[in-house]
Design a binder for this molecule. Sequence first.
Ligand code: SF4
Ligand code: SF4
Length: 190
Amino acid sequence: MINTRRTFLKQFSGTAGMLLLGSRAQAEDTSSLDRADGFGVLVDTTLCVGCRSCEQACNKVNTDLPRKTLAHFKDLSILEEKRRMDFSTYTVVNRYYNSIPEAEQKPVFAKFQCMHCLRPACKSACIVGAFSSESTGAVQYDSWKCIGCRYCMAACPFQVPAYEYRNAFTPKVRKCTFGYDLRLAGRAAQ
Ligand code: SF4
Ligand code: SF4
C-alpha cells in the first residue's frame, strides 16, 4: 500500500501531472451529466419527524465509523444544536423553525449528507484526483491518493468532507460513500 501510494505521488508530482489530472477531472464532470444508470435518494422534508433513525441506520451499515449506541440516537435533545457531518458521522438531521418565537412554530427537519454532485467541487479541487465519480453518480474518495491538503473541505459548498484530526498518523477525509460497500456486496437496501 505504501509503495503504491509513493509510486502514485512520484508519478503525479509537479505541475504537468497536476494539469493532466485537472483536465481529466473536467472531462469526467461533463460526462457525468448524462448517466443512464445513475441513481439518487429523494428526501421529503414535509414527512420527516426528526427521529434520527436514518442517522442510526447510516452508522449501523458504515462499520468503519466509530460505533454509537442506540441511546445516542434516541436522544433528541441533540436537535437543540445545528450539526454538520464530522469524522464519525456521514448523516446528520437538524431542526429548524421558520421564525421566532420558536415555541409557536411547527419545526422542520432536514437531513444532511454528501449530495454526490454531478459536478463535484470536491473532485475539482483535489489536485491528486482522490475523488472519482462512479457510473451510478456516487462520488467516491480514495484515501491512498490523499495528501491531506483539505482543499476538498474548502471547496464543497455543503461543508460535507470532514477530516480525521484525531488520527495523527493516517488521517483521512470522511464523507458518505452512498453505501459503496453494501452495493459492492449486492446488499443495498431497496
Ligand atoms: S463532498 Fe460536497 S462537493 Fe463533493 S460530492 Fe459531496 S456535496 Fe458535492
Ligand atoms: S485533502 Fe481533499 S483535496 Fe486534498 S488530497 Fe485529500 S481528498 Fe484531495
